[in-house]
Write a protein that binds this ligand. Structure first.
Ligand code: PGA
Length: 281
């Protein structure tokens, strides 16, 4: 694959070189984000380490500074992995609680994740909305707490199959964005990454077409532009997630012109995950 930058930002990236060294934000804004969401897997620490080490080995020759790789293991493995990880991997939580600490049995706070070396947190994943009854209001509190802890929220939104069939996709996306980002100021929104994950495409093998993902991506940008401004809408990272594999990955970046991928099932297979990343190398 020729070494092209699909978003045409490469010259800007070079021009910003001096600023990249000083602040992470510019560098962060331009990289394609590939996020591995391990969900509730694997069941032993040994397997978690093996998976992580295989991914590390598979990517040892990757030099491309245009890709940022984020691993989201279950909380319980984060410590073991953060001690092991090379600097070119970032770590993320799969969720976090909005209070910093206190009597909240079973919860993990954003500050704790930061103190364990995480830089990102997935929030509002459809599995949390569905199985743990997370509401837009709860997710909004979480987004705020993640920003306060100086982490980047990966804010997930997406319509389910019935909503899509009834032509409600845009209505659902608008409501999720407006409620989930309520009260987030202009300077804070720059920390937020939006993951468009149609629920019907998650774990089903029925990925959304790049055309449809692009359409939803453009619509999300339109909402952000109305809520903030055009410049913020242009710069905000929008990812695609839902049955991503090494065969379809490129379509979402080069075709749909999105800025990254949230990978579930395929991230548990080190060679497949490595192949996904090599699409952008
Ligand atoms: P999947 O999951 O790649 O297995 O469809 C994606 C996600 O849930 O983020």
């Amino acid at each position: 694959m020729p070494h092209i930058n699909p978003r045409g930002v490469y010259p800007v990236y070079l021009l910003c070189g001096a600023r990249i060294i000083r602040g992470e934000e510019n560098e962060f804004m331009k990289k394609t984000l590939i996020i591995a969401n391990w969900k509730c897997n694997p069941t032993t620490l040994i397997e978690a380490k093996q998976l992580f080490n295989s991914v590390k080995r598979g990517l040892r020759n990757i030099k491309d500074k245009n890709v940022e790789i984020v691993i989201c293991p279950p909380f319980i493995y984060i410590a073991a992995i953060s001690l092991n990880g090379p600097l070119n991997f970032k770590l993320a939580g799969q969720d976090s609680f909005w209070e910093e600490n206190g009597a909240f049995t079973g919860e993990i706070s954003s500050t704790m994740l930061r103190n364990m070396g995480c830089q990102y947190v997935i929030l509002g994943h459809s599995e949390r909305r569905k199985y743990f009854k997370e509401t837009d209001e709860m997710i909004n509190r979480k987004v705020k707490s993640v920003i306060l802890a100086r982490l980047n929220p990966i804010f997930c939104i997406g319509e389910n199959w019935d909503e899509r069939k009834e032509n409600l996709t845009q209505k659902v996306l608008r409501a999720q964005v407006e409620k989930g980002l309520k009260g987030i100021a202009k300077k804070e929104i720059k920390k937020v990454i939006i993951a468009y994950e149609p629920v019907w495409a998650i774990g089903t093998g029925k990925a959304c077409s790049p055309e449809e993902a692009e359409k939803s991506g453009n619509f999300i940008r339109k909402i952000i532009s109305r809520l903030y401004n055009q410049k913020i809408a242009k710069n905000i990272k929008i990812l695609y997630g839902g049955s991503v594999n090494s065969q379809n990955a490129a379509g979402y970046i080069f075709g749909a012109k999105l800025q990254g991928l949230l990978v579930g099932g395929a991230s548990l297979d080190a060679s497949e995950f490595t192949r996904i990343i090599k699409n952008f190398n």
